[in-house]
Design a protein around this ligand. Sequence first.
Ligand SMILES: C[S@@+](CC[C@H](N)C(=O)[O-])C[C@H]1O[C@@H](n2cnc3c(N)ncnc32)[C@H](O)[C@@H]1O
Length: 634
Amino acid sequence: MLQCHKPARTARDRAITRISFAAAHYLGASALVKVCPLPILWRNADVMPDLLLVAAMSEAVKSVGAERPLGSRGSRVELSNSGSAELTPTATAVLAAVPAWWRAQAAAAGLAGRWLDVAQAVPAAPPVALPLDTPLTESWGSLTPEQVGAAYVEALTPATRSRHGRHYTPPVLAAHLWRLTRTSLGLSPANQRLPGLVRDPACGSGALLLPALREHLRASYHEDPALALAGLPNLIEGVDTDPAAVWITNVVLAAEMLPTLARVPDSRRKPLPVLAAVGDGLAPTERQPRVMIMNPPYGRVRLSEEERRRYAHVLYGHANLYGLFMAAGVDALDEEGVLAALVPTSFTSGRYFSNLRAHVGRQAAMSAVTFVEDRSGVFTSVLQETCLATFERKKRRKTRITSLGSTEKTIASVKVQKADEPWLLPRRSDDAAVAAAASVMTESLGSFGWKASTGPLVWNRRSDDLYAAWGSNRSHVIWAADLDGGILHRDKARDAMRYLALTKPSDGKVMVLDQPAVLVQRTTAPEQTRRIVAAHLDLEALVARHGRVTVENHVNVLRPSGPDPVLTLEAMTRLLATKTMDQVIRCISGSVAVSAYELESIPLPDLEVVRAWNELEGAALEAAVATAYRPEGD
Ligand SMILES: C[S@@+](CC[C@H](N)C(=O)[O-])C[C@H]1O[C@@H](n2cnc3c(N)ncnc32)[C@H](O)[C@@H]1O
């Protein structure tokens, strides 16, 4: 899924290599180890340097690694777990190179004297004591601020990165998110001053704040530069739990201010504002931001009782960190505020996000969403589809949908979705009409009494109970591969684990299915043309399997709960095999997975229309279903 991609080397890349070598040299490193950058979101040759050829000797690092108290905006407590304890020698080497990078930036802006010293120019203390007299190498100045941040984060261990969600946004996505944000703010195409506070509650090394700050400084060019700088704390704010990242944010944001500082007469120059602080981005904020911009950490989290109470309105089952950030983000906004987020798309359709959808839908309207395609050159995954989305507190009726691959493509404009049910968002323009028709339907598989559940057998938890041969206390296992092609069969590759011994007291109740059902694959291969692959487990198939089966966990089981289902099981299987149903499910989820919850929520037309499908098959059924999912008037 993740790739270690080795992009073409540019002048900047070579400069990064030099910065790392120089840092290692300074630290007295005697061993140089090539570190694979594993750039999670940096797979684009233009943006991700082949960086970090350094692993400094730990002895050498220790000599510069003594902790220092943080400045006024941080605290020792916050340093504890996510601070310098997790800095690798390479990350420390990158931090040690920052003062020299700063000197290059300040000199390039025409500054001299104390402004060349980052410690004097930016009153933010680094998380560890650093040498400040690394030699000034001109080429170091060619690194972008984003590359400095990338150099740091890629130097952390993969375990640290994933424990804290430290994967920084590549410039191409940061620029796109800022474009969406400024459109939502109603800013005209020319550079504009920021209309209010822009806050990133999990700012990393400032990748999402940089485009906003740059535009603001460009737009402020004709104003008093000293006043422009003094006003920045009211307009840009970053928070992160990682003290090293916060320091880098403060340095790289300040570096953007250097040309403005250079225009301030020497006698009026003051140290540059410190815009980021160490802290918990979920803590309530004193100031109401106009913009919350974020690429929050994600993953399941265990909440304290108090946190559960605080987020009860957006939780359903277990909590995901990114959902909490979105909820806290939208709640913090002022009345004209915009939430701009780079997040997984699971919030648009997953059951665990149903209350979040309803809450966000009440507070704001999703005015734009861009699905990130793999072709964009940045990391994305068919298992974890990613999007950039903006939500506006102002009333909006439409959501603009685009995709970002090698270019940006317009897909559709659809009615804003607000309900807790999965949102229908076409990923391709030829699915737009189906999405529009489905989004006004009030019935669904669930409302017509169909229940979907996930196959109960997690095979590796029961590997000792799986056999190749039938026995009287055994049950025939149905694997996802047995449904390939939409026909229930027996995939030979699974025959070594074909029967489950029913050894546990609960097995008869939990593991056995002895009724006909529609079986649906939970995931399909990305290259497969269909997302819904369903097969009918009819009476005959059950009898052929000794009257009972056990469904493996990669298969969903769909059954009607009442005696007179709107569709027979045969008709439901045929319906799920239509092209239109596949389009509908693609509008619900962009990933290859189809959950039981998403199946139940497939929108259906009125009862009489659906009942009529019982009599149809083949081309006649395809045509009837396609007609039902055509918007009125089309
Ligand atoms: C996915 S990174 C994004 C960083 C940056 N916004 C960007 O787009 O490059 C998420 C960041 O969240 C930070 N983080 C994790 N938990 C946090 C919390 N409770 N409060 C603030 N920041 C947090 C991590 O240290 C990491 O820098």
